[in-house]
Design a protein around this ligand. Structure first.
Ligand code: SAH
Ligand code: SF4
Ligand code: F3S
Length: 476
């Protein structure tokens, strides 16, 4: 099926990239003989789960090329920074890290410093890097990720000083069959689609990730089966707007259909997904979630603002009332559902009244988790040109009020878990000696727990015996 998808990278092109990996691996075997050690690679990710998933591909390719992982920049031979552009802060963090590498590059000019991801995909970035960050050798945007082996070959084997490639169709292309090395543990990301068509006026993502492209249901199902076989128990389906899944495939399938299909895969695992857009989230989706036993009863549904005037200027395509109805329907089907949302505070010309409406919605719905962001101007987006008379101080104050309101909602919700018995997925060690393991509820809430039969990577049934604002505590 993947071969009929018009935006797929051909199998032949993928084979070519695999051949480049082999050539680099041969080169690195010589390196090992000459230096008595394997070459080392360091990677760092900024940004969202999509970027983390992309980094897992890069790490997989680096592994096949013969690189050993390192956590230290000082002893790395290759350093790859996978950047984000969603807010200014993300960009300045990445650039700060790259800037700090200039001394390392002076000491060891033979190393490769690479920059990729969403920030790089912006038009003005290559020039800026060329001018101000001469230490960078490798530059490629999100559309060129699948060509990483070829670019690395040119840099490492052919010793080209600068390999900059941010070309690529804005439609992007999907490449199947390239290596991936996932983080160890119980959770895994599974990309089901790439890109975004929504063009919310504040957002850079459609410009740097291109248009929506869905992977074929077969490819997704096969990858899920593989993940389950490998022992992953909590799999998050990723896309900027998963509710649009399938629209570009030219076959009769939507996101709910895909969920049903994946729910039928055998094994002891749970599925979750992000992100849903309120404009496209449907009753069908909530019915499907309620009926499918492997789909976690968790919903991340960003509403961004409670004011219809602001939503309109954001080009979100729904009203606060529509959002309320969606949540009411989801809760009627799944009373225990865990809800989270994203909110932007200080969108251009957001008035006190607009903000109050956001605050009202937060208090009314009672989210389990909120991700709150101060509006950040992104050049090239429509909102960057909007007039804005709200001061920085006003925005900061609103931000703090929102956080306080959220904490006031969360505490009673957390307290209500006292005495409840839940199935959780244990995923690591905590710093609390009384509750030495960390786990997540089906809804994704953090639980520190204790018990003789608790094993990392496995489900456990525990009873909550203490609560706090950010964490639940439980025993077996
Ligand atoms: N596709 C997802 C998330 C995209 S980015 C969605 O539509 O929900 C994640 C979050 O970052 C957004 O939900 C939004 O709240 C925030 N965000 C995006 N652009 C921003 C900007 N320019 N300033 C501040 N926050 C922003
Ligand atoms: Fe950005 Fe809107 Fe697309 Fe989300 S839906 S990625 S906020 S443009
Ligand atoms: Fe950032 Fe790109 Fe994700 S801009 S939020 S890493 S899609």
């Amino acid at each position: 099926m993947s071969k009929t998808v018009p935006t797929a990278v051909s199998e032949q092109e993928v084979q070519q990239q695999l051949a480049y990996i082999d050539r680099i691996a041969a080169y690195n075997r010589d390196f090992e003989q000459q230096n008595g050690r394997k070459p080392k690679a360091y990677t760092q990710t900024f940004g969202c789960q999509q970027n983390e998933a992309d980094t897992e591909r890069i790490v997989g390719m680096l592994h096949e090329m013969g690189y050993e992982k390192t956590e230290q920049t000082e002893n790395a031979d290759v350093l790859i920074y996978n950047t984000c552009a969603v807010r200014e802060h993300a960009e300045s963090r990445a650039l700060g890290n790259i800037g700090a590498l200039s001394h390392l590059k002076k000491e060891r000019p033979e190393i490769t410093i690479g920059l990729c991801g969403c920030m790089v995909q912006q038009e003005h970035i290559p020039e800026k890097i060329r001018k101000s960050y001469p230490q960078v050798n490798l530059l490629f945007g999100t559309h060129m990720l699948w060509k990483f082996p070829e670019l690395m070959y040119r840099r490492v084997v052919k010793n080209e000083k600068k390999v900059f490639d941010i070309s690529g169709d804005a439609k992007g292309a999907i490449a199947e069959g390239l290596p991936v090395e996932r983080n160890k543990g119980a959770r895994a990301w599974l990309s089901i689609m790439y890109g975004c068509n929504n063009f919310c006026t504040y957002c850079i993502v459609p410009y740097v990730r291109g248009r929506e492209r869905s992977r074929s249901p077969e490819d997704i199902e096969n990858e899920l089966r593989e993940l389950v076989k490998q022992g992953y128990k909590d799999i998050t389906l990723l896309g900027q707007n998963v509710n649009s899944y399938g629209k570009d495939l030219g076959i009769e399938i939507d996101f709910s259909d895909l969920l049903r299909r994946l729910n039928d895969v055998e094994g002891d695992f749970q599925l979750r997904f992000m992100t849903s857009h309120p404009k496209d989230a449907s009753r069908k989706l909530f019915d499907t979630m309620a009926e499918c036993d492997k789909i976690a009863k968790q919903l991340h549904l960003p509403f961004q603002s409670g004011s219809d005037a602001v939503l309109k200027r954001m080009n979100r395509g729904y009203t606060a009332e529509h959002y309320r109805e969606l949540i009411a329907y989801a809760r009627s089907k799944m009373p225990e559902i865990t809800l989270s949302s994203d909110i932007i505070v200080g969108f251009p010309d957001e008035s006190e009244e607009d903000f109050e409406k956001t605050l009202e919605l937060v208090k009314e719905i009672g989210f389990d988790v909120l991700y709150t962001f101060l509006y950040s101007k992104r050049s090239g987006t429509p909102a960057a040109e909007y007039p804005d008379s709200t001061t920085k101080e006003q925005k900061q104050k609103r931000f703090e009020r929102l956080l306080k309101a959220q904490d006031e909602c969360v505490l009673p919700k957390q307290n209500a878990y006292m005495g409840k018995t839940l199935r959780v997925l244990v995923d690591g060690n905590s710093k609390d000696s009384e509750y030495p393991y960390t786990a997540r509820t089906e809804g994704g809430l953090l639980v520190c727990c204790n018990g003789d039969n608790i094993k990392i990577g496995e489900f456990a049934t525990v009873t909550i015996d203490k609560t706090s604002l950010r964490c639940l505590f439980a025993r077996q």
